[in-house]
Design a protein around this ligand. Structure first.
Ligand code: ADP
Ligand code: MG
Length: 402
């Protein structure tokens, strides 16, 4: 199945003003952008539009200011960093819609770039208030959504505004949807899915979907303890999400009737507490005694998972195998990251912490697709429709519009 939405590549933008929703929700430190990965990910769309003679009005949220201006969450550091990356001045608007924003937009010429203030300074953003959507729509002639990381939210700048302007998919959003959809709809087999991280409840929808479409699911991270608890195995002081135990029990039940093999760890690395300096012990087996917690998968498990990855036609990895931020508990995640990096099959990695782990190990260039959207990528993989994508024009309607 090819991407069904109109693409920015097919939009006629010369001499027109384009409102581009980007995902510039980046970490800040000391008034600067601490990690510009998300800004870089939007550059291809921004550069394409500038080359084609559009004037750009960029919009993004940043953090959770709660519907009112908060100087700590101003887009100013983002405008500065974007300007450095583009090698051109990026103006910062005094607000989202108020003040002279409409006049400033009206004065933009081809190739100019204006960044609106944090969209969540407006209470109407998260409420998807039509008044805000309409006001945003008056700022431009057409709309491009490149904010994949926010596409699972029906907010004014991600969804509402697309009802008032012709809406096109940006290059990043298009690629994200295409890559992630391909994993579930047309994977090279075997399809091996590695799931880890902290919460089963966030990822149970993905487990359900992959029990139907994957050949194998390998579980690691804190998530495995909900499964062990559901099987009546002692988990000691390991991080167990209570709600997750029930969900894990249901998933184990469904796995019995599925052609997909659900694999849990065989061995673990234990610690006394969630602390890099804690006493550490390798455990051959998965029972965790009181006074200990499981903080990583063990060596045998890591080898088993690495072998499965090596033999896969397609690998999807979401969620670290352990508390990889602490070196004594990073080996399992590192082994999986290295296996994914070396894998001959198609490799797709999603989830903020999994991507962070790959980057920490210097392996982020070795995978085929690194998703920029945590929640959005999970919802898409589950098979949910993303409001920010659904609201865009269908590809076959795009000609008549431009
Ligand atoms: P992602 O962002 O890739 O989707 P999650 O947010 O679900 O991943 O989970 C990442 C977090 O899970 C990491 O901070 C890691 O320390 C934690 N984690 C993984 N395994 C364990 C474990 N066994 N015990 C406690 N925390 C864990
Ligand atoms: Mg995370």
């Amino acid at each position: 199945m090819s991407f069904s939405k109109a693409s920015v590549r097919d939009a006629e933008v010369a001499g027109r003003r384009v409102l581009v929703r980007v995902d510039f929700n980046v970490p800040l430190a000391g008034g600067r952008v601490a990690d510009d990965m998300r800004i870089r990910a939007a550059l291809p769309t921004i550069e394409l539009l500038r080359e084609r003679g559009a004037a750009l009005v960029l919009a993004s949220h940043l953090g959770r200011p709660g519907g009112k201006p908060d100087p700590e969450l101003s887009m100013a550091p983002v405008a500065k960093r974007l300007g450095e990356l583009l090698g051109t001045e990026v103006k910062l608007a005094p607000g989202v819609i108020e003040g002279d924003v409409d006049l400033i937009c009206g004065a933009l010429g081809p190739g100019d770039v204006l960044l609106l203030e944090n969209t969540r300074f407006e209470p109407g953003e998260t409420e998807n208030d039509p008044k805000l959507s309409e006001a945003l729509a008056t700022l431009a002639d057409l709309y491009v959504n490149d904010a994949f990381g926010a596409a699972h939210r029906a907010h004014a700048s991600t969804e509402g505004v697309a009802h008032h302007l012709s809406g096109y998919a940006g290059l990043l959003l298009e690629r994200e949807v295409t890559e992630l959809t391909a994993v579930v709809e047309s994977p090279k087999r075997p399809l091996v899915v590695i799931l880890g991280g902290a919460k089963v409840s966030d990822k149970v929808g993905v487990i359900d979907r992959f029990l139907e479409v994957a050949d194998r699911i390998l579980i690691g991270g804190a998530m495995c303890f909900s499964f062990f608890r559901a099987q009546g195995i002692a988990t000691g002081d390991s991080l167990v999400e209570e709600k997750g135990v029930e969900l894990a029990a249901e998933a184990l039940e469904r796995a019995k009737d599925s052609d997909c093999e659900l694999t849990l760890p065989l061995d673990l690395v234990l610690g006394r507490s969630f602390d890099a300096e804690t006493e550490r012990r390798e455990s051959d087996g998965v029972e965790v005694p009181d006074g200990w917690m499981g903080l990583d998968i063990g060596l045998r498990t890591a080898e088993l998972y690495a072998e499965a990855v090596a033999g896969a036609g397609t690998v999807l990895w979401n969620g670290p195998m352990g508390a990889f931020e602490m070196e004594p508990f990073a080996a399992g995640t590192r082994a999986v990251a290295e296996a994914v990096a070396k894998a001959p099959g198609t490799t797709v990695v999603g989830g903020g912490d999994s991507v962070a782990a790959l980057r920490k190990f210097g392996l982020d260039d070795e995978v085929d697709w690194l998703s920029t959207g945590g929640g959005a990528s999970l919802e898409l993989l589950e098979g949910k429709k993303l409001p920010g994508v659904e609201a865009l024009m269908d590809a076959e309607d795009s000609d008549s519009d431009a």
